[in-house]
Design a protein around this ligand. Structure first.
Ligand code: URA
Length: 253
């Protein structure tokens, strides 16, 4: 079994059964048929860009304040030194983000956990291993045309969700990261990241399977890898979301 097959097995998608009378398909198409005969394609054609009114976002995305004018080194320094909310007192260090600063793909999580707090890099624990496998399943790799960031840069203690005021305080940093990266597509991992980016208060189920928009950048919503570790049966749906993301990126050219 090669590495890709091993990853698909990890995602509960292997072996890839194909009907005998069908022509050979690439692995992703076989997976799609297993998931229900091109459901993702149907969803794609049926959806429009969701209308948005993000409450956190001002006209220059990261606001008219000084964060909006920071370059990468200034932004990194500012995040490192930030103590604007209560989260900083409870964490070891800020976790800025990692990867290709000119990436087409941006993956956004919620906030650092214990492993990320210790190492200073997003998604380095068990959820991070699954995220790396999800990336590999769509032929991506951490750091290669991929950037990974979180909504909040400090670990919420006891792995609680960040509070709305903590999100509001930290979001301009992510918004500035997005302005600097100018990704072709954003994949929002979980409800917190999705709602923060889209300025909504919606269920993940209502956000999945649609193409959203963040200041002209398409956004795909999927499950948080930590949730998938707890609910492996949902991995097939996450695979659908990743296929939609790949198709959306392909359509952009
Ligand atoms: N969960 C997140 O949302 N982000 C991380 O960096 C790690 C776990």
């Amino acid at each position: 079994m090669n590495r890709r097959e091993a990853v698909l097995r990890e995602l509960n998608l292997y072996p890839l059964w194909q009907r005998r009378n069908q022509p050979a398909q690439v692995a992703t198409d076989a997976v799609a048929s297993r998931l229900g005969g091109g459901e993702a394609d149907t969803q794609r054609s049926a959806m429009g860009i969701a209308a948005l009114n993000p409450s956190y976002i001002s006209s220059s995305i990261s606001g008219s304040g000084e964060i909006a004018n920071l370059d990468w080194p200034q932004l990194k320094d500012t995040v490192r030194d930030c103590a604007a909310c209560r989260l900083r007192a409870g964490c070891t260090q800020t976790v800025f983000g990692v990867g290709d600063e000119n990436a087409d793909w941006l993956f956004v999580g919620e906030g650092p956990g214990a492993d990320e707090d210790a190492l200073g890099e997003p998604f380095v624990g068990q959820a991070g291993k699954l995220l790396d496998n999800m990336l590999m399943a769509i032929k991506l790799k951490r750091g290669r045309n991929v950037y990974i960031a979180n909504v909040v840069k400090c670990r919420p203690q006891d792995n609680r969700n960040p509070a709305p005021d903590e999100i509001a305080q930290c979001l301009p940093y992510l918004q500035r990261q997005i302005e600097l990266i100018q990704p072709g597509l954003i994949v929002a991992l979980g409800k917190v990241a999705s709602n923060a980016l889209l300025g909504k208060d919606a269920t993940l189920a209502s956000l999945r399977g649609k193409l959203h928009d963040y200041h002209g950048i398409p956004v795909i919503v999927t499950y948080h890898p930590a949730y998938l570790l707890r609910s492996p049966a949902e991995k097939a749906k996450a695979w659908q979301d990743l296929r939609l993301a790949v198709q959306t990126m392909d359509d952009r050219g």
